[in-house]
Design a protein around this ligand. Structure first.
Ligand code: ADP
Ligand code: MG
Ligand code: ZN
Length: 504
């Protein structure tokens, strides 16, 4: 089935309407065991090998709350500047779906563990935007269905489906924003910046790796438009399970254009879920949701309420790490770089490698230069992330040491990097094996300098006549003759000395 969707250009849409957004993010916690039983959460096990009567919902099984799960939820709540409930309960959210063996999801409803917070996020130009948080609550993941036999992997056309309950019961935290208003044309950028900042926070807390491509973090993007000047929210669409930062931004952008087309031609938006397609950058209709679904929520009778003591909450607060935005702001000032430079570092995934390289002894400017230059290029060419390259921050630090001591120049250092990445050993080993040290002793350089002078008499005369700048050409000739291994500064001194000219 192909559906064409009329769109209004992004600029025209924003000229007439203000977008309102709501972001719901699910984060899979990295606890060792599931939220309400002792089953392992490790990935890659045989299907249904990590299940028990509790996560399969067999009669008589009794759930027990995972304390680490609660602690992680509190950490997230505090990091998002939320209030932490003194007392809250789990609730059953009742619905039938084959990937949910209990026929209800244990979740939280009107008593979330954390509520009323905010997260400041940073836009590309360095400006910050405050996103208010409605709540963060605890729940559990569902199992995984695989539809077999069809062309698309979807249920339509499949001959049968396979169910794996290993994921059923893995702890999830759902974080829901309040309606985000006032972002205007930057709404899609705010959405992306929010999900990215949230991911950084989650990682800094160490509660999850939050890898979107692995489904450890997924985002539902709610979006509506209201005519400019109006304060009454329009009907929203809800694009489900968007699984990359780029898709978060693109799906919001697409929905703005689609809503504007419907509204400006006199149509009405129906409340529905939608699916985003990365190949086309568009969304298609999912499930209509005109009436609030009735999940018949009721308090979970098999679990005691969660009542974190204030002492415990304050202990957790005191042990929180520095938050990513604060850390970036501090590093930006320490390094004396611009917001744009910092953004480039973040986009390249270079912040942690750079910090680690500085901790291993490099100066900040050199650490940045190598990770954002030669190493970023290598990573790009091999389609790897920086932290997947076969070089450690310690090795990069050693490389910068060899450069600042004059043992290597930049050109040689690049060859050393190439050697390390190719598995030839540590920087020192590569220097030895490839014979890459800078040659600075005069006896070794003297002959090359003499030959360069003899081979370029015209240039030598100019220099003798006082045109010191012309020495560059002779330095170049010496560098070429020594395959880049000569100490360029010393070569220049020797040339001027031999021609009887002084620099000043
Ligand atoms: P549901 O589970 O039905 O999606 P939630 O309250 O969990 O409802 O999430 C709805 C999300 O959408 C919240 O982030 C909320 O702030 C946001 N939202 C609510 N109304 C609107 C609207 N009219 N336009 C855009 N976003 C909205
Ligand atoms: Mg929702
Ligand atoms: Zn279990």
């Amino acid at each position: 089935m192909t559906t064409t969707t009329d769109l209004v250009s992004y600029e025209d849409a924003l000229a007439s309407y203000d977008p309102v957004m709501g972001l719901e993010v699910h984060v899979e916690l990295g606890t060792k065991t599931k939220m309400f039983c002792g089953c392992s959460t490790e990935l890659g096990a045989d299907p249904n090998s990590q299940t028990c009567p509790t996560c399969l919902g067999l009669p008589g099984a009794l759930p027990v709350v995972n304390a680490t799960g609660v602690e992680s939820a509190i950490k997230i709540g505090l990091a998002l500047n939320c209030e932490i409930a003194e007392w809250c309960r789990f609730a059953r959210k009742n619905y039938f779906y084959p990937d949910m063996p209990k026929n209800f999801q244990t979740s939280q409803y009107d008593e979330p563990i954390a509520f009323n917070g905010y997260l400041d996020v940073q836009l590309e130009d360095g400006e910050t935007f405050r996103v208010e948080i409605e709540r963060a609550h605890m729940e559990e993941d569902t199992g995984k269905s695989t539809h077999v036999g069809g062309a698309t992997g979807r249920i339509h056309g499949a001959s049968h489906s396979l169910l794996d309950y290993n994921r059923a019961g893995i702890p999830l935290i759902e974080i829901v924003t309040k309606p985000i208003v006032g972002a205007g044309e930057r709404a899609p950028e705010v959405a992306k910046a929010y999900v990215r900042e949230l991911r950084e926070v989650i990682r800094a807390l160490g509660v999850s790796e939050a890898r979107m491509e692995m489904g450890q973090m997924r985002c539902d993007v709610n979006l509506s438009l209201m005519p400019k000047g109006s304060e009454k929210f329009g009907t929203r669409s809800e694009t489900k399970n968007v699984n990359s930062l780029r898709s978060v931004e693109r799906s919001a952008r697409f929905e703005i254009m689609r809503h504007a087309a419907v509204l400006s031609s006199g149509g009405t938006i129906i409340q529905e879920t939608r699916h985003f397609h990365e190949d086309t950058g568009s969304t298609t209709s999912g499930r209509v949701k005109e009436e609030a679904e009735d999940y018949r929520y009721f308090p979970e009778p098999d679990l005691v309420p969660v009542a974190p003591s204030r002492e415990w909450v304050e202990e957790i607060r005191a042990a929180l790490p520095e938050m990513p935005l604060a850390r970036r702001t501090r590093l930006l000032a320490e390094w004396g770089i611009s917001a744009t430079d910092m953004q480039a570092i973040l986009n390249a995934g270079a912040l942690d490698p750079i910090v680690a390289t500085i901790e291993a002894g490099a100066d900040a400017a050199s650490a940045r230069k190598w990770w954002m230059g030669e190493l970023a290029r290598s990573a790009n060419e091999s389609g790897k992330a920086l932290d997947e390259l076969a070089i450690t921050p310690e090795q990069v630090a050693r490389l910068t040491e060899l450069v600042s001591s004059g043992d290597l120049n930049d050109k040689l250092a690049r060859q050393v990097i190439e050697g390390v990445l190719a598995g030839e050993g540590t920087p020192d080993e590569v220097v030895d094996k490839r014979g890459l040290k800078v040659v600075s002793d005069d006896s070794a350089l003297g002959t090359a300098v003499d030959e360069a002078i003899a081979g370029n008499p015209g240039i030598a005369d100019k220099i003798r006549g006082g045109k010191v700048a012309a020495a560059g050409a002779l330095v170049g000739a010496v560098m070429k003759a020594t395959r880049g291994q000569a100490d360029a500064a010393r070569v220049k001194e020797l040339i001027l000395e031999k021609l009887g000219v002084s620099e000043g």
